[in-house]
Structures are given as C-alpha cells and as structure tokens.
Design a protein around this ligand. Structure first.
Ligand code: PEP
Length: 260
C-alpha cells in the first residue's frame, strides 16, 4: 500500500526568521506522524536553516525547483547536487507557476526529472489543466501530454521512482479545490497511464498527490479517495496549525482507505 505524502510548498514566502519559526512549529507539532510522510519545501534561501531545524525529525526537506546540470555556468540556478548536499529528499518539477510564468518547457522538465533521480532526489512531477482546457474537455489530453513529456527519455523502471502531483491550474491559490470526485477521476486516469508506461504492479506503488486549494476542511474528503495519495499544499502550508491539521486528516483518511 502507498503511504500518503503531504508536502508543503512555501513558494516565495517568508524571511529566514519566519521560515525558522514555521519549521520549528511544524517539527514540534508533528513529532511522530503515523501513517503519513511529511515534507516541507521552503525557498532556496531557507533550505539550510530549515534543514538544521528538521535534522533528526521525521519531517523531510524538499526544494521547489532545480536545474538539470550538476554544476556549470548557469547564473541564478541551483543544481540537484547542491540540493542533495543540503539534505533535500524531494524536488518539485514542472509546477504550473513555473510552466506559465517562467516559460518552463516540457523538454526542460524532463531533463530536471532525470537529473533529480540521478542525484538521489525524488522528483515530484506536477501536471494539471487550465480552466479553459477543462471547459474544452481537454483535461485528460493535457495531463497525459505532460506526464508523457515529463518521463521522456526515462527507463520504465525509473518512472516508478517519481511522485506525481495532479494540480489543476484553476484550483491553485484560488480557494476553489477540485471536488474529490473530479480529482479521483484524473488520478485514476493517470494511474492507468502509469500502468502503460511502467507495469500494473509498479503503477500501484507510485504516489499521486492532489494539489490546489487544499485546506484543513477539505483534506480528509480528498484523502478519503483511494486514488489520492496525499496533498501538495501551497497557501495553507504557511500556517503551522493548519498544515498540521491537513497532515493528521490525511493520515487518518489514508488509514481508513487501507482498512486500518
Ligand atoms: C501549490 O502551490 O502547489 C498549491 C497547490 O497551492 P495552493 O494550495 O495555495 O492552491
């Protein structure tokens, strides 16, 4: 069975002092999270400080982006090797804010996925349709294209090492989440596609997170869907009690799905 995963994406928020305060509150509020894995993704500037605060705790460190080269003349970029050195275990790749605002292409996203894996990081490949694409009935086409492009060049067994995040663009930061049924439908479609790209057995081990306006009051309904393996949380991850509630509710719903 898949252990639910809850990730906090802090985006470009917080001073170093605020990051330390938030990380300390999350660490102290989740001393022994059971049946759930928890990751926080602070801005690059806070990774080292947050890593020190989380050292020895079960809360893991992730980054919000990486370059695909290990080093080189890439001004302003951060390599997966640098993130691994700081203790990161995960890295978000292809977040819609980067695809749309920063022109991140499918080709670069695929290079980043492979580079992350090569440096021992788990890439969290983000896919999701815009409101227009959903209106036009292109949801499955869009996420399928993004998944196929993101895994281009990878061996089938490497696909089993990624985490997938379904994040409908219209739900990110809007306060309007996909309904559990809407999300589960897309997750089911993605799982079917993963079966084709890897094997049925491997696809069953890959975690597919839902992201888009997850809050403490909708986390349990979303996680109660057997195809939803956790949450990628943006805005609500900046508030420690709210994030901790999401983690607890996701863990509880996941245990119920597993019949525990
Ligand atoms: C995100 O940034 O990945 C996200 C899902 O944001 P929010 O939870 O704020 O919608």
């Amino acid at each position: 069975m898949r252990t639910p995963l809850v990730m906090g994406n802090w985006k470009m928020h917080g001073t170093l002092a605020e990051a330390r305060t938030l990380a300390t509150a999350i660490r102290d509020g989740l001393k022994r999270p059971r049946g759930v894995e928890v990751v926080v993704c602070p801005p690059f500037t806070a990774l080292a400080a947050v890593g020190e605060i989380l050292a020895g705790s079960p809360i893991r460190l992730g980054a919000q982006n990486c370059h695909w080269e290990a080093s080189g003349a890439y001004t302003g970029e951060v390599s997966p090797a640098m993130l691994a050195e700081l203790g990161c275990r995960y890295v978000l790749v292809g977040h819609s804010e980067r695809r749309r605002e920063l022109g991140e292409t499918d080709q670069r996203i695929s290079l980043k996925v492979q580079a992350a894996l090569a440096h021992g990081l788990t890439p969290v490949l983000c896919v999701g349709e815009t409101a227009d694409e959903r209106r036009q009935g292109l949801t499955f086409t869009t996420v399928e294209g993004q998944l196929r492009a993101g895994r281009a060049g990878m061996m089938p067994d490497a696909v089993g090492k990624i985490v997938l995040a379904y994040e409908p663009v219209w739900a990110i930061g809007t306060g309007v989440n996909a309904t559990p049924a809407q999300a589960a439908e897309v997750h089911g479609y993605l799982r079917g596609l993963l079966s084709e790209l890897t094997s049925k057995e491997t696809a069953q081990t890959i975690r597919i997170l839902y992201g888009g306006s997850v809050k403490a009051d909708n986390a349990d309904a979303l996680a109660a869907e057997p195809e939803i393996d956790g949450a990628l949380v943006g805005g609500a991850s900046l508030n420690a009690p709210g994030f901790i509630a999401i983690v607890r509710k996701t863990a509880r719903a996941g245990a119920a799905v597993r019949g525990e």
